[in-house]
Design a protein around this ligand. Structure first.
Ligand SMILES: [Zn+2]
Length: 301
């Protein structure tokens, strides 16, 4: 039996060495204590971009450098690592703090240069900041919400409603489709020239993950799927998804494209695809994506 815990950790954003210290989120004494310790690590973001050094590594700030409580900021507790508490902080333009030589950079562009556990940490932080930003108002009654439990709950301020809102993740399925030893790759018109990837789409309410795989493959490339196997999963904070990867065997190879979604799709044998990739005639998706992992795992057989 495959150990999926280890297998998913091989995906970018899937390897973490953080203890999320769930038990401390509701403990104001513990939280205040952490926010006064010089060793506590603050990870500032601005416009959903993390603060990084010039050579694209984490540039954490201390509570002395970024006095979050004096500045009336709402830090989000991420967890503990090596005995230090980690918080994400969403800075607005008006929060003018000395950054040294650091700058706010796009996570997607820097992921391959970051240490794996650091990229996972930033992905988690970015997703939490995004969710908090999107839930300043209650979706039940429209009243403002307040951050609770160190940023992991938003509570409606209307006493008649008082709904608690919890962080949400959008589930997407992504599938390497095969048929009798060949693999299928498809491209959307908006992608860079020559780039092909596996088929993907969002899970809909009332579906199993596996039936979402079968539906997406049928919709996008017109292929009936009769066998689905789970591969691995990947947190994907662009902006708020979990990608769930599958291998699926199609019952036929007669492709029928949905032109609204897919510009082109092809079947490849492993040697054919490898040759086209080596020659640069086909580009695979970025190495940080689970699509890249699905395709390269299939290529390795
Ligand atoms: Zn409400």
């Amino acid at each position: 039996m495959r150990n999926h815990l280890a297998y998913s950790a091989l995906n970018y954003f899937g390897e973490s060495n953080l203890d999320r210290v769930h038990q401390h989120r509701k403990n104001p004494v513990w939280l205040d204590e952490q926010l006064s310790k010089p060793r506590t690590v603050l990870l500032p973001f601005r416009g959903l971009r993390p603060l990084l050094t010039q050579d694209r590594q984490l540039q954490p700030l201390s509570v002395r450098e970024l006095p979050v409580q004096e500045m009336d900021l709402t830090p989000i507790l991420l967890g503990e690592r090596n005995g230090q508490a980690y918080f994400a902080v969403d800075l607005l333009e008006e929060h003018d703090i000395p950054l040294g030589t650091g700058s706010f950079q796009d996570l997607r562009e820097v992921t391959l240069q970051l240490a794996r556990p650091d990229s996972s940490l930033l992905a988690y932080a970015k997703a939490m900041i995004h969710w908090n930003r999107q839930h300043h108002f209650c979706s039940v009654c429209g009243a403002p919400t307040l951050s609770k439990e160190a940023g992991h709950v938003r509570q409606c301020t209307n006493p008649a409603c008082h709904t608690s809102h919890f962080p949400r993740t959008d589930t997407a399925v992504i599938t390497m489709v095969t048929h009798q030893g060949r693999g299928l790759l498809a491209r959307q018109a908006s992608w860079p020239a020559g780039m092909y990837a596996s088929v993907a789409g969002f899970l809909e309410p009332g579906e199993t993950l596996e039936s979402a795989v079968a539906r997406e493959v049928q919709e996008e490339v017109g292929l009936p799927v009769h066998h689905v196997e789970y591969h691995s999963s990947q947190p994907w904070p662009f902006p708020a998804s979990i990608m769930v990867g599958f291998m699926a065997e199609a019952a036929s190879d007669a492709i029928k494209l949905d032109p609204a979604e897919i510009e082109d799709a092809h079947w490849f044998t492993r040697p054919e695809l490898q040759r086209l990739v080596d020659r640069g005639e086909i580009k695979l998706p970025p190495a940080l994506s689970i699509s890249y992992r699905l395709i390269t795992d299939w290529l390795k057989g």
